[in-house]
Design a protein around this ligand. Structure first.
Ligand code: SAM
Length: 334
């Protein structure tokens, strides 16, 4: 047992990176159809019996937490379309090793659920919002739901979520003239703002590479109005942060394409069907569902996770092999 005990403490991959973060997709469905994420008319969703049950998810996260995972982010698809997500969150928040539970949402269903999410134990919220203009929101997401997202944001603030981070994909010719407006909106409401570069994931992600914009151009735009002071944020992940001088607003830049940050990758992704993805931009994965349903015991489950880590590649190859990842962001767990 001695050997196993030492791997019980930490998950370290072959490249020397400690993995302490799991992104957990609780559904591959979504109530929006963002052009760069899931194509209109997409129907090829996992069937219900292929979803991990909450008990199965809890077992995997418990095993991960015993191996040193401290951060869990609930994502999807749109996590709030899965019924009873607060119940899952309550279960996960009771696991002793999990110190940080966060959730990513498009905000459409947030107003009704924000309080329950907070009571269930969500500590931090990321809300994806690419535009403040109703016509553009409809064009980018396929749904006229901007007002509901804005309501969701305000309710999230009222029930005490802080910090609230807005994630905005920078899309050339679609929303890149809104960086200053979005920054002003975030200053006014005390939100943080993170810009993200488009990745060639699935057919929709690849089509969106026409809109790809290196974030250096967004930074230059912001600097025409604001003084950006280098900064850090708790749970900041791969973003490089700057505080807008004279405000509490932090601006983050997430640059998977123009300046990848794979050397500091600390995460793996568990898809709704129980597939463990070792890298967003590679195909290395391990299907956990058959093992869970085949009666694997807790010790074997942990050994499986330790072994799986050996498959974690050094870095994504979005640049060299943009055609490689056929799965959509929504099915991997964005
Ligand atoms: N529905 C939730 C949300 O909207 O935040 C969670 C899932 S969504 C897939 C997570 C994030 O992935 C969103 O911020 C979205 O903008 C981003 N995303 C989706 N497709 C992407 C792509 N091709 N490149 C970069 N980011 C992408």
């Amino acid at each position: 047992m001695g050997k196993q005990d030492s791997s019980d403490k930490h998950l370290v991959d072959p490249h020397g990176r400690t993995i302490d973060y799991v992104r957990l997709s609780v559904t591959d469905k979504c109530n929006l159809r963002c052009t760069y994420c899931m194509p209109k008319g997409h129907r090829d969703f996992e069937r219900r019996n292929e979803y991990l049950t909450f008990a199965e998810v809890e077992r995997v996260i418990q095993a991960f937490s015993e191996l040193g995972v401290r951060h869990v982010r609930i994502t999807g698809g749109e996590p709030l379309v899965r019924k009873d997500v607060p119940d899952l969150i309550s279960r996960l928040s009771r696991l002793s090793g999990v110190e940080d539970l966060s959730l990513s949402t498009n905000g459409v269903l947030l107003a009704a659920q924000a309080l329950n999410l907070r009571r269930a134990g969500v500590q931090r919220l990321n809300i994806s919002l690419d535009t403040l203009r109703r016509d553009r929101f409809l064009k980018i997401t396929g749904n006229d739901e901007l007002d509901r997202v804005l309501d969701g944001l305000m309710v999230a603030k009222q029930v005490g979520f802080a910090p609230i981070k807005i994630n905005m994909l920078a899309l050339k010719g679609q929303n890149d003239d809104e960086a200053l407006d979005m920054a002003e909106f975030c200053i006014e409401h005390g939100f943080s703002l993170r810009f993200i570069e488009t990745m060639p994931m699935g057919s929709s992600g690849r089509a969106a590479t026409n809109y790809y914009l290196p974030l250096s151009s967004i930074k230059t735009q912001l600097e025409t109005r604001f003084n950006l002071v280098p900064s850090v944020m708790p749970g900041g992940g791969p973003a490089r942060y700057f505080r807008i001088d004279g405000s509490d607003t932090n601006i983050g830049f997430i640059t998977p394409i123009s300046q990848h940050f794979c050397d500091t990758c600390n995460r793996v992704r568990l898809a709704v069907d129980g597939t463990l993805h070792l890298c967003l931009g590679q195909t290395h994965s391990v299907p956990l569902r058959p093992l869970l349903r085949g009666g694997i015991d807790d010790g074997e489950l942990k050994r499986t996770l330790v072994e799986a880590l050996k498959l974690k590649p050094a870095r994504h190859e979005f640049g060299e092999k943009p055609e490689q990842i056929i799965r959509f962001m929504s099915s991997t767990g964005g």
